[in-house]
Design a protein. Structure first.
Lengths: 114, 114
């Protein structure tokens, strides 16, 4: 069965600090997909990034970067120079190639203080 | 704004009652998903519809049912409500509903059962 573990329940940083959110996944599938979603205080779920199991190329998008490592089954997310607006709950999720349901981790609550 | 709409935003009702949550997918998306977010269970997949047909089922209670109409909007019906049904219910949509697609989430309906 698939599983996603986000060991960090809460992280608190001061503005402009870099912060990394950890995600470890478990799956027996050779084809799978990994996602990060953000849930700000307003409650909606905002899609951030999608990666498939054949693409280990890491990505940088503005202040966001993602580190996908199959060897350690990790898909970590880094925010550089954090801002107060980054305060939210961040969810890592996985989806196997044959199924359509997202399996979410428990989420990491990030608080960025001025 | 993901393009997925959900109504109502908030719903307060009593135990034993029945409610209907409504979702309109993004323009062009054929697949609709329902998820429940509660404090004790986290984010859990309930059910998926593709072009009017049920495609996948998750941890959906027998008291809950859903359908997708010809215009592709979907409704989630919750009956014989219990206190434990209080949660945030999300609808998501994707283009075709095959494995690997990004699911875009609506703003959610917050249900409070008193």
């Amino acid at each position: 069965a698939q599983k996603v573990t986000q060991a960090q329940t809460e992280i608190s940083v001061v503005e402009k600090e870099d912060v990394t959110l950890d995600c470890v996944y478990e799956t027996r599938d050779t084809t799978y997909y990994l996602f990060w979603y953000k849930q700000p205080p307003s409650g909606e779920l905002v899609f951030l990034i999608r990666r498939n199991s054949f693409d280990e190329q890491n990505e940088i998008s503005g202040r966001y970067s993602w580190n996908f490592q199959k060897s350690t089954s990790s898909f970590n997310f880094t925010i550089t120079a954090s801002q107060v607006v980054d305060s939210a709950v961040y969810f890592c999720a996985t989806l196997s190639g044959g199924y359509n349901k997202l399996i979410f981790g428990a989420g990491t609550r990030l608080a960025v203080h001025p | 704004d993901s393009g997925v709409t959900q109504t109502p935003k908030h719903l307060i009702t009593a135990t034993g009652q029945r409610v209907t949550l409504r979702c309109s997918p993004r323009s062009g998306d054929l697949s609709v998903y329902w998820y429940q977010q509660s404090l004790d269970q986290g984010l859990q997949f309930l059910i998926q519809y593709y072009n009017g047909e049920e495609r996948a089922k998750g941890n959906i209670l027998e008291r809950f049912s859903a359908q997708q109409f010809p215009d592709l909007h979907s409704e989630l019906n919750l009956s014989s409500l219990e206190l434990g049904d209080s949660a945030l219910y999300f609808c998501a949509s994707s283009v075709a509903g095959f494995g690997g697609e990004t699911q875009y989430f609506g703003p959610g309906t917050r249900l409070l059962v008193l």
